[in-house]
Design a protein around this ligand. Structure first.
Ligand code: ADP
Ligand code: RBF
Ligand code: MG
Length: 361
């Protein structure tokens, strides 16, 4: 949950040494012990200090940031669900105990939910060594083979497998899933975890249950003038998507996992409409930029480029996927449309139609 913070702090810090943080370094840090990560930064940037000195200098900068991190979408849902169902949980991280405790102290209910916390300074070797997970199992008094590890980093996945556990990978960096082949499953976000696949009690918060289900989410808001997109929405698919500029929204975009969502759309001069959209890289087209592609569920007589479009996103349908053919992609998108159209009439979602945000310009 802290990758954004690491980038932010290092960016500011490296300027002092006349260096520029290259965001692409982020993946190298992931899942490393603080000392290994610091050593990598010192070496890559040729810094005139030791890894220990780097840590001493940079730690206060991190401490100021921990209270600002938000849990990943789906994290609270999983913790609450497993706790309510009496499934014991451990937190196993390469971070030092002190910073783990600091980080989770800002998340209500988290500390009480973990029956064990194992930190990097309590084992001889951190991930990718299996030690940290084996210690966690021991403290939970369970067999390693009956443990499920949820991991975002590659070293963590390796550690979990080496410990003889089942591992679900949730890569925190986009387009990296091909590296995670040793995991038992790779999912796109914590929202997509299916506990029943791992002999754990299934979630029961999908609405309506089972068929054509959608997941209510904490509503989020995004808006701006409609811009030109890739120019292949309506032409290729018969599915026009009113693209918004992603400038100024990079934070909101990075906070929300890619996937298919729905909600309400307000066009300043026209009205309010049901909307289904994808957010992400559109695997079928293998885009390089994360975009928002809202399809307004209404027949318009004309284009509305440049008009102010406001969206309230209220529910989630599925992860983005790749498809063997354009026809199958189109078919799936029409299925999404039907699900969204129906769901938005439910009392749970219909209220957002009156949200002031949809009417303001
Ligand atoms: P682009 O690649 O420029 O986004 P699209 O083929 O996706 O082009 O078409 C999107 C444009 O079509 C929108 O910007 C809007 O002006 C228009 N449009 C017409 N009907 C709709 C609709 N129902 N939903 C979204 N956009 C629509
Ligand atoms: N593109 C994909 O590559 N995979 C998807 O799963 C996918 N799902 C979509 C769902 C909806 C509701 C919409 C509106 C679009 C989706 N797209 C998906 C994006 C589609 O490819 C995109 O609109 C075109 O690239 C047009 O720019
Ligand atoms: Mg478009």
């Amino acid at each position: 949950m802290a990758d954004g913070i690491v980038s932010k702090v290092l960016k500011v810090f490296l300027v002092k040494y006349g260096k520029q943080w290259d965001g692409r370094e982020a993946h190298k840090m992931l899942g490393k012990t603080p000392l290994d990560a610091a050593a990598a930064v010192v070496e890559d940037y040729g810094l005139p200090c030791t890894p220990e000195e780097l840590i001493t200098e940079i730690n206060p900068l991190f401490s100021d940031q921990w209270c600002k991190i938000k849990p990943l979408p789906g994290a609270n849902r999983i913790i609450k669900h497993l706790k309510v169902n009496g499934v014991v949980m451990a937190l196993a991280s390469n971070s030092p105990r002190e910073s783990i405790e600091l980080k989770i102290s800002h998340q209500p209910g988290w500390k009480e939910s973990f029956s064990a916390i194992v930190s990097g300074d309590e084992v001889r070797m951190g991930k990718p060594s299996p030690e940290i997970f084996l210690e966690a199992a021991k403290r939970l008094n369970v067999e390693p083979s009956s443990c499920l590890v949820i991991e975002d980093s590659l070293p963590g996945v390796m550690a979990g497998k080496a410990a003889g556990m089942e591992v679900v990978a949730v890569p925190s960096l986009p387009k990296q899933s091909h590296l995670y082949t040793s995991a038992d499953e790779v999912i796109n976000s914590l929202v997509d975890l299916q506990p029943e696949k791992w002999s754990l009690p299934p979630f029961q918060d999908c609405i309506p249950p089972r068929v054509e289900s959608t997941l209510p989410i904490e509503a989020w808001y995004i808006g701006g003038p409609v811009i030109k997109g890739f120019g292949r929405g309506s032409k290729v698919l018969g599915i026009p998507t009113a693209n918004l500029s992603t400038e100024g929204y990079s934070e909101v975009l990075s906070e929300h996992p890619s996937g298919v969502y729905f909600g309400w759309a307000g066009l300043s001069t026209r009205g309010i409409y049901k909307m289904v959209m994808s957010i992400g890289w559109n695997p079928y087209f293998n885009n390089t930029e994360k975009t928002i592609e809202p399809w307004l569920l209404h027949d318009f007589d004309e284009d509305f480029y440049g008009e102010e479009l406001h969206l309230v996103i209220v529910g989630y349908i599925r992860p983005e996927a790749n498809f063997p053919s354009l026809e199958s992609l189109i078919e799936k998108i029409h299925e999404d449309r039907k699900i969204a159209e129906k769901a938005l009439d439910l009392p749970l979602y219909v209220g957002y139609r009156n949200d002031q945000y949809l009417r303001t310009s």
